[in-house]
Design a protein around this ligand. Structure first.
Ligand code: HT7
Ligand code: ZN
Length: 853
């Protein structure tokens, strides 16, 4: 398979200022008639040959300047046409079978409707086109189809005309005034109903808003609609960005490879990130809906008005847009908990990526299949990089920089360098040293030690980045560390928060005016995405856990205390858990802390997170150690946890207090059950039965699924019978069981795969079972290797249907080097078996071959 390299970028030889598309729609037969106005690019190679990308399509006819022609040839999947002049009109006809499109890229059928997914390279599955983000065109789209099957016909921009046809057919024509790359093209045809609303922009323009769903689902769109209006207002207020069309449409589809897609004026969403009501959605679901709606909306500027020059610049739009949606969510909920959640996510998904065989920089240097690069590194580490710019510049200069970026590059396809340049030009601050964060993979390890000598304190800092594939030697990185010194007696800050920039392999920073014993509080707010090792004296973490003035640092201290006990336990050492018990007790009893923070802080780190801090990971030892700590907490804090579980708000209060009460309730329930399983099962069943919302119900189920108690089967059955007709809730039923911590976990997963409601065709259902199983460390890594075999079977089977979905499961096997030798060998053998499978997609080939290298 071909490797594409960043440094091979050349401007396009031909541009396409205009495109006209005519769709004659049918589930199994769709005809696409394309008209391209092509113009030779003065900045290109002046080649005579126009190369139009295709993928699994053939031309049914080709026209040049209105004349049918056979002067074309195929080069693999691409169509080549030699053109004498500088401007021509090219006509192409293609025929598609959307119902047979199981890859869910291009035009496909989902639940009776037709929809498209074109990012990154799906447009070439619809028609032949220079499928690259730096070719921007104005689109006019005509579509016609059976009115009963497809009463709603949508595309980007504005509907400019429509009409009736004979035989129960109708048509519509759409025009998008903004030139866009083809990855932002979208079309939807189906039997849909809309939640219709309006938004008045800051300059007083009226925008019509629609969220299209299946009949019956409209009552579940209120939260998404409110989030959309909040996003529009927030982007005006915080970034000065106004919406630019008179119409903003969202469509929810049940078969979707990712979360959602920001097509210009016609966002297409996985139903999972639109539909929500208290009966069927958890608090986390509500937050995810709002976060993804905001993310896609924000792309209208960071992605659509200013797009990417090439796919190596993907983080230009994704990292920045994640940073923007994180800010939105922080402003609309608990900022402290949002930061904790974002860091948890980074540590769970990105840190392992950065330390494994698939490590790549935020701006990669090469790829085989771009779909494999929609990663936590591009999205979440990319967002941390933007956050560091924000931290270093301050809010005002950062905003001046983004204003300049949007103004300078509006209507263009830009690069990550363009973004940094705009920040520099607007702020007058040299950010060139930070560019290494774009080019260098790996998570820096920072060691810190505070030395005190009389009134003088010295902070000793070192940093190192381990080698990653293709980058054996690393440079020091600029690391902004928000730092404060706290009084050792817990009486508050001695030296208030300041920003220290570590930009060398080793440095010392003098801190004046420290005339009493001090404790170092560093990387507050997680100001840099690093691994931190602080040399600490006895009792220091305990002090920070009780008194740190930064909520993230306080959370971190409690978690670090737990990690020390857990890692020691997994290594067979005995460490007294009493200080952890005391820290959790203090946290639960604090009047200063809110319930949401408490719920996050007292939950012991996951088995995966513990493993990431160890070499030669032994999942059994980690599981035993974590269970032992949970049991101790449950036993020793019986009363405090019972109070936390019993307290709280009623079902549908979606304020941070309401969400916090429910979060704490279910975290406490889990610990109670660890201390006393029979009591835990009874309490969980009572919580389940009394629940008037999905958060409490799912929280109870999370505890029950891992227990061997009669209540488990009762609750599972009741849940199934009540929700079996709601696909998204049924996904939870599958996912909860696949995530259960049980010694018979692999057998449970096999049984789920045989369940009549299981299907490999729907990505949400597949991820609910196979995705949850893959991150269930103790179960997946059963010493016999049965988990690995099952995963490899799934990857091979699904690869033939949907390569993107299959390839996303490879990394859990790809981390084989981190595990103890027997498991490592078994994992490697399964990767080799996948690689030997016939007709492997390039998606899965790339992930597996890199994992074996
Ligand atoms: N920009 C969107 C990416 C996306 C995607 C990529 C590959 C395959 C399918 C996909 N669906 C959506 C999502 C986003 O970041 O907003
Ligand atoms: Zn995005």
């Amino acid at each position: 398979h071909n490797e594409i390299r960043r440094l091979d970028y050349r401007p396009p030889d031909w541009l396409v200022p205009q495109i006209g598309l005519r769709f004659t729609l049918g589930d199994e037969h769709t005809r696409v008639q394309t008209k391209l106005l092509v113009a030779r690019n003065p900045a290109g190679d002046q080649s005579e040959t126009l190369r139009l990308n295709g993928d699994e399509i053939t031309p049914a006819g080709v026209w040049i300047d209105g004349e049918v022609t056979d002067a074309w040839r195929m080069d693999g999947p691409d169509l080549l046409i030699d053109l004498p002049g500088d401007r021509h009109e090219i006509g192409i006809e293609t025929k598609l079978n959307p119902a047979a499109n199981t890859k869910l890229m291009g035009l496909y059928a989902s639940n009776g409707m037709l929809c498209t997914q074109c990012e990154a390279e799906g447009f070439r599955r619809i028609t032949f086109f220079p499928d690259r983000p730096d070719v921007l065109s104005k689109y006019r789209v005509h579509m016609e189809g059976d009115k009963a099957l497809f009463p709603v016909l949508l595309s980007n921009g504005n509907r400019v005309a429509s009409g009736e046809l004979e035989g129960g057919r109708h048509w519509a024509e759409w025009e998008d005034p903004f030139p866009k790359p083809c990855y932002l093209f979208a079309l939807v045809a189906g039997d849909l109903v809309a939640n219709n609303d309006r938004f008045t922009t800051m300059s007083g323009r009226e925008v019509e808003l629609n969220i299209y769903v299946r009949d019956g689902d409209v009552p579940k769109t209120g939260h998404a609609m409110q989030a959309l209006k909040d996003s529009m207002a927030w982007d005006e207020r915080v970034y000065g960005r106004e919406y630019d069309l008179d119409l903003f449409n969202i469509v929810a589809v049940s078969d979707f490879n990712m979360g959602a897609m920001e097509n210009k004026g016609l966002n297409i969403f996985n139903t999972r990130y639109i539909l929500a009501d208290a009966e069927t959605a958890t608090d986390a679901d509500f937050d995810n809906v709002a976060g993804v709606v905001a993310h896609e909306y924000f792309h209208n500027w960071s992605g659509n008005r200013v797009t990417c020059r090439d796919w190596f610049q993907l983080s230009l739009k994704e990292g920045f847009t994640v940073f923007r949606d994180q800010g939105f969510s922080a402003d609309h909920g608990s900022a402290a908990v949002k930061r904790i959640e974002d860091v948890k996510m980074l540590r769970a998904a990105q840190f392992p990526e950065d330390q494994g065989p698939l490590a790549h920089p935020v701006r990669p240097d090469s790829y085989i299949e771009i779909s494999n690069f929609y990663t936590a590194t591009i999205y979440n580490k990319g967002a941390e990089l933007i956050r560091m710019f924000h931290t270093v510049l301050g809010a005002e200069k950062f905003r001046a920089g983004t204003d300049l970026y949007f103004e300078r590059h509006d209507g263009e396809a830009a690069t990550c360098d363009d973004f940094v340049k705009a920040l520099e030009d607007a702020s007058g601050v040299d950010l060139s040293a930070f560019k290494v964060w774009y080019s260098q993979a790996g998570t820096p390890k920072v060691a810190a030690r505070l030395e005190q000598d009389g009134e003088r304190a010295t902070l000793h800092l070192t940093q190192a980045v381990a080698p990653t594939p293709g980058q054996p030697v690393k440079q020091p990185m600029p690391i902004p560390l928000k730092t404060a010194l706290l009084a050792a007696d817990g009486s508050g800050e001695i030296v208030g928060e300041r920003l220290i920039l570590l930009d060398k392999a080793e440095d010392q920073v003098r801190i004046e005016g420290v005339n009493e014993p001090a404790i170092l509080s560093i990387n507050r707010g997680f100001s840099a995405p690093i691994l931190l090792d602080v040399q600490r004296g006895a009792g220091e973490l305990e002090q920070l856990a009780a008194n740190d003035t930064d909520p993230f640092a306080r959370y971190e201290a409690i978690q670090e205390m737990m990690l020390r006990v857990l890692i020691a336990g997994a290594e067979g050492k005995n460490v007294d858990p009493e200080p952890v018990v005391q820290a959790v007790r203090n946290t639960l009893q604090s009047n200063a802390l809110d319930a949401w923070f408490k719920g996050e802080a007292i939950l012991p780190p996951s088995e995966g997170i513990i493993g990431d801090r160890m070499m030669d990971v032994d999942p059994d030892a980690i599981h035993v150690a974590r269970d032992a700590l949970r049991e101790t907490l449950g036993r020793e804090l019986e009363q405090e946890l019972a109070d936390a579980q019993a307290g709280g708000a009623a079902g549908i209060d979606l304020s941070p207090n309401g969400k916090g009460a429910r979060r704490l309730r279910s975290v406490a329930l889990g610990l109670i059950a660890a201390g006393d399983p029979a009591r835990g099962a009874a309490l969980a069943k009572a919580q389940f039965d009394a629940a008037d919302n999905m958060t409490d119900r799912q929280g109870a189920m999370t505890t029950l699924v891992s227990l061997d108690a009669p209540e488990r089967a009762e609750a599972l059955q009741a849940f199934y019978h009540r929700f079996k007709d709601d696909a998204l809730v049924l996904d939870k039923w599958f996912g909860l069981q696949a995530a259960a911590q049980r010694s018979d976990g692999v057998e449970q997963v096999k049984a789920l795969l045989e369940h009549p409601d299981f299907t490999l065709q729907n990505p949400n259902r597949f991820r609910a079972v196979v995705g949850s199983f893959g991150v269930n460390q103790w179960v997946f890594h059963r010493a016999t290797g049965e988990g690995y075999r099952l995963m490899a079977d799934m990857i091979i089977t699904v690869d033939a249907l949907n390569p993107q979905v299959a390839a996303r499961q490879v990394p859990v096997l790809g981390r084989w080097k981190r595990f103890e030798p027997k498991r490592a060998a078994l994992m490697r053998a399964e990767l080799e078996r996948i690689l030997a499978a016939p007709k492997l997609s390039k998606d899965t080939f790339e992930q597996v071959s890199k994992s074996l290298a």
